[in-house]
Design a protein around this ligand. Sequence first.
Ligand code: OOB
Length: 525
Amino acid sequence: MKVSPWPPEYADRYRALGLWTGETFDDILRRRAADSAVGSRVAVVDIHRKLTYAELDERVDRLAAGLHGLGLQPDDRVLLQIPNRVAYVETVFALFRARLVPVFGLPAHREAELVGIARSAGAVAIVSPATHDGFDHRALAETVAAQVESVRTLIDVDDLESLFAEPIDHGSADSSDLAFLQLSGGSTGIPKLIPRTHDDYLYSVRRSNEVCAVTDQTVYLATLPVAHNFPMSSPGILGAMYAGGTVVLTESPTPSVAWQLVERERVTMTGLVPPLARLWTETAERGAEFDISSLETVQVGGARCPDELAARIGPALGVRLQQVFGMAEGLVCYTRLDDPLDEVCTTQGAPMSDQDQLRLVDENGDPVTSGPGFLETQGPYTIRGYWQGAGADSFAPDGWYRTGDVVEFSDRGNLVVRGRGGDRVNRGGEKVSAEQLEEQLLTHPGVRDAIVVAVADAYLGERTCAYVIPADPEDPPNLAGIRRFVRAGGLAEWKLPDTVKVIEEFPETGVGKVSRKKLRALLAG
Ligand code: OOB
């Protein structure tokens, strides 16, 4: 089974209400390109290139045929590791057209992550640049292919044209079927894969467009790595394309690069994580060197935005702020454009759909009537299970998704995020699985035991601290050595610990069996 299905009574209701429409991702591009009012408009732009909807559609047709020519078959999974460029959009839509299944890896992923993802997805191909930011992605792809038997084909995203072939008919996908695999923020070793269908995901895109007032006049800048759910669909690049607007992609999110594009393309909307929102805000407060007056809405999400920062973003950037609290598993909450400013600056919004259901529970899963409590949810775009049944304990027996987030409600009914369980560090929006890092640390010869906790940080929100019991107390490992070791183990740069604390033993948990979860909480406290 590729997708854990919604119970039939829910699926029927979502269809009857017109939330699931039967539309597929490939339909979007075809329809926009064929629409005489939209086809000649600019669909995607980066620093070097620009394509109209009609041009994009034509190139997607040729690339899809080329992928078929490589022997890729419908439903085959293709792992992507593509920076924010026009070629990202070309690749993704060509995969949709050829009925292939994109697996959304990040450019920052390294060997351990890519091998894990490729293996669990059963990926047959990898699309990545030869090099990017001085890193040899081709060599990495070759290493992955050598270790994962299913991977047969490596594609250079900078040389897509060499694959172009005469367009063919690929047939059309079933909208209730798997459309792509996204990665979970992850509390486990290897990121769990999130299966999303055309029906559920496109509903979230359409509904996001309504809530965020996205139109054909919207020029959306993908500032965050676009494989993330937030810049992809909240409303992100897919929202902008759905509406017939324009997508601008920047490889660097810093003001000196991104604002050039804001000025040149008259960008109206973007999404930022809090540390980046702080950088943009502080740069603007010092006096912007580019004309960013076209910006209307700046969204902030991925991690808790401090209220103090939220209050400064709008005035500094001359924009309306929107807070976004979401997860790749589904549920996305937005502050509304007509929420009072105070609510926008202090809450993380309300679910986008009136079919989203929310409940709060305590540590034992028992209902909590007044918050804070652990948030659980179900709804028309929240998954019912991970790929191939992984992480089943993330779902309650009745199928609700356990977000792990601790939230309460404001008087107006908006969510306020208070924290989450100790299994994950939210490092400015990029998530670090404590378990994954601990597993890596335990293979260090100088480490007898290790526990990873989040510590508060003024800039990133949280950073990563590894408590380490040394194998030889006379010769404990140090931070630089640990970071080198974790990097060499093939983990992304953002997962390296920021601090290492050497201790003799871990505190007692009071239960016979050592619970890492309890120890993490104790050490973090
Ligand atoms: C987004 O998605 P993921 O899958 O990378 O991470 C989800 C987790 C949430 O469970 C929560 O712990 C945290 O990220 N989070 C926030 C937050 N937005 C996400 N915590 C506090 N305040 C917020 N505003 O991060 C994501 C997906 C879609 C839209 C926006 C973010």
